[in-house]
Design a protein around this ligand. Structure first.
Ligand code: COA
Length: 254
């Protein structure tokens, strides 16, 4: 079974992360599939809306940490870049249905979706600091603007989990729906979006997408530091501790 599922029905392309046993942690192969699906859907007249979700009651635990742990210095992460680039420039509405956990890029990518619905038990986390890493994909630009600098600092400097209410209050999610009604709500929103006039919809999205140059510049700056951070002792220690399920040696964070 593929680790990424895709189904186009009624002009809604549903893309599902299908690695529930690993909390839908995303491998490079999965990023490549996601990028390819979005690139194709961008020009596909039979797709009006994309719905992103995860199988097994979980959105995503973010980047597969073993990918980072096994990476040699100088290796690219072009699959991740290709996926996020395709998401950032996707011309039609993207809706996310979020449950369980949304960690790391699982939260970051939501900042580039147009509408985000979660259930009340969803937990979000931007744990980069605890992995010796830095924010990615303009989260250091977008979060201070939507959540305020105080909350952005708390999320990005402490790297702790936060709940659905907080995510909603500070603009990361559009609305919270009960676990029983979440799929129905998202389906209703996607059906409404799919029935709207395509020309007006794509231009509405374009008009709402402001500050692209500043966002791209921040993404480039973040990526340079992120790649550097991947090679630090702190990051290597955090990856190894997670993979081997052992306590962190914080001496290596100094
Ligand atoms: N990369 C690789 N594997 C991951 C993963 C990730 N990001 N997140 C979870 N997994 C794996 C676990 O190792 C475990 O594998 P195993 O069953 O072979 O031991 C499985 O998924 C289930 O995870 P587990 O930790 O047992 O579930 P949980 O419900 O107790 O906790 C999380 C879920 C997401 C809170 C926890 O797994 C976690 O913190 N993951 C790391 C998230 C992260 O830091 N992502 C950002 C990377 S940049």
């Amino acid at each position: 079974m593929s680790l990424v599922l895709a189904q186009n029905k009624n002009r809604i392309l549903t893309i599902s992360l299908n690695r529930a046993d690993k909390k839908n942690a995303i491998t490079l192969e999965m990023y490549a599939q996601l990028a390819s699906l979005l690139q194709t859907a961008a020009d596909d007249d039979t797709v009006n809306v994309v719905l992103l979700k995860g199988e097994g009651g979980c959105f995503s635990a973010g980047n597969d940490i073993s990918v980072f742990a096994q990476r040699d210095e100088g290796d690219s992460i072009s699959e991740i870049v290709a996926f996020m680039d395709a998401l950032l420039h996707f011309p039609k509405p993207v809706v996310a249905q979020v449950q369980g956990v949304a960690v790391g890029i699982g939260t970051t990518l939501l900042l580039h979706c147009d509408m985000v619905y979660c259930d009340p038990n969803t937990q979000f986390c931007l744990p980069f600091i605890n992995l010796g890493l830095v924010p990615e994909y303009a989260s250091s630009y977008i979060l201070p603007r939507i959540a305020g600098r105080r909350k952005a600092c708390e999320w990005l400097m402490l790297g702790e989990m936060f709940g659905a209410q907080e995510a909603h209050q500070f603009g990361v999610v559009t609305a919270i729906e009960s676990p029983e009604k979440l799929a129905e709500k998202v389906s209703s929103v996607c059906n409404k979006l799919a029935s709207k006039p395509v020309f007006a919809m794509t231009h509405t999205k374009k008009l709402l997408t402001t500050e692209q140059d500043a966002i791209q510049q921040q993404i480039n700056e973040e990526l340079d530091v992120f790649l550097e951070a991947l090679n630090t002792e702190a990051a290597k220690e955090a990856f190894d501790a997670f993979i081997n399920k052992r306590p962190l040696n914080t001496e290596k964070f100094k």
